[in-house]
Each structure stands twice: as structure tokens, then as C-alpha cells.
Ligand binder design. Structure first.
Ligand code: THU
Length: 134
């Protein structure tokens, strides 16, 4: 894994350690690199009213948009308990909104610590997206 990707995973790891996941005890962190080079992270935030909980990717995307950025160059997602931690279906859709064909989604292989990398198109084929509403 190159240093830039390792740095992205390090930020995702730090975010996962901040997760608020008292119910599932499944902490997740996500780190987005934007075209400007910024790295923006998020973690899952659960709630006693379970459906009100939010995923790490959703938190990272909200922070990215609040920072004035709307494109994802790459995103790393890690689980503290289980890797690879693939993004849930709703988060694939959230990532797709801000992605293009070159966007990379990185998971960590729990067995050897290496990155597993996919395009968003591979994770969410035939997606419905902004183009459909243009
Ligand atoms: N979770 C995420 O944060 N991202 C995913 O893509 C998968 C699931 C969180 C949601 C919940 O807090 C916990 O993991 C267990 O589902």
C-alpha cells in the first residue's frame, strides 16, 4: 500500500475509534480524499431509537459537503471489528452521488491488512444518480 493510501486508512482508523456504537458495538470509520487533497472523515453514530443512527460514510459525506467539497476522489472504509467492511447499500448510493468512474472505494482486507479497491460502479451497478434527473 502506498503512503498516501496508508494516510487515508490512518484517518479512517482514527475516526472509527471515535465511533458512537454502544448498541451494535460495531465501530466504523470512513475517510474521503477530495480533488483538493483534503481528507475528511466520519464515524457511525448510533441512537437509542435505532433507525436514527447514521453510518460512517454518511458522516464523512456530510462533513465533506459542509466543508464546501462535492467530489470524492477516493474513500477508505474500516471496521474495528471486522474487515473488509463493505459499505451498506444506502451508503453506496450516497457515495455514488459524489463520484465518477475514477472514484476508488478502499476496504481493508482483515486477513493481511492490504487494501481491496473497487470502483463505485462495481459496487453499485446500473445506479440511479444525478444524471437521471438532469
Ligand atoms: N455501518 C456503517 O457505519 N457503515 C456501513 O457501511 C456499514 C454499517 C454501521 C451502522 C451501524 O452503526 C453499525 O455499523 C452496524 O450496522
Amino acid at each position: 500500500m502506498n503512503n498516501a493510501l496508508k494516510a487515508l486508512f490512518d484517518v479512517a482508523d482514527s475516526a472509527a475509534k471515535q465511533a458512537y456504537a454502544p448498541y451494535s458495538k460495531f465501530s466504523v470509520g470512513a475517510a474521503i480524499r477530495t480533488p483538493s487533497g483534503d481528507i475528511i472523515s466520519g464515524c457511525n453514530v448510533e441512537n437509542a431509537a435505532y433507525p436514527a443512527g447514521t453510518c460512517a460514510e454518511a458522516g464523512a459525506i456530510a462533513a465533506m459537503v459542509a466543508a464546501g467539497e462535492t467530489r470524492i476522489t477516493e474513500i477508505a472504509i474500516v471496521g474495528l471489528k471486522s474487515n473488509p467492511c463493505y459499505p451498506c447499500g444506502a451508503c453506496r448510493q450516497r457515495i455514488f452521488e459524489f463520484s465518477d468512474a475514477a472514484t476508488r472505494v478502499h476496504l481493508r482486507d482483515g486477513a493481511n491488512g492490504e487494501a481491496i479497491t473497487h470502483s463505485i460502479d462495481a459496487l453499485l451497478p446500473h445506479a440511479f444518480g444525478p444524471r437521471d434527473l438532469a
